[in-house]
Design a protein around this ligand. Sequence first.
Ligand code: S3P
Length: 168
Amino acid sequence: MTKPVCVLVGAPGSGKTTVGEELAARLGVDFRDTDADIEALAGKPIPEIFIDEGEAHFRTLERAAVAAALASHGGVLALGGGAVLAEENRAALVGHTVVYLSVELPDAVKRVGLSTGRPLLAVNPRATLKHLMDQRRPLYAEVATATVVTDGRAPEEIATEIVGLLKP
Ligand code: S3P
């Protein structure tokens, strides 16, 4: 059984994927994203899972994807922004190096606005994101072994800080 060198958690728009890819390249390890694993498992994009089977089914697939990735991936792992909602996922993160990429609403809105494919943010993205972030901040903090502020910072700079944190 192998273990990720670093697990990234944080709200949509915190930069988990961009920073995770940069961090993995710096460390010379693979990057994995549970959202991509879920899409592979379901054989369709996340918005279609939400439309066809609903959020509860997506969360079931997400719990399976988180457990599988934590047990088998030795590189950098990014979890979907809502993964911390499940007690089972939070418990599974105990004993792992978990970096919480914190972001405030203005930067999150800017970053999320640049991409698509987040069904929960399809309607009223700013208000929804604010609500999600208010609800989840304590959960990210609960699972984190370190917190890195991402507001106004480039992915390269954030990755440099995390590399420093990972040094023994
Ligand atoms: C979700 C965030 C998404 C994805 C899904 C649900 C959420 O991942 O897992 O759309 O509940 O916040 P990102 O955090 O990578 O956007």
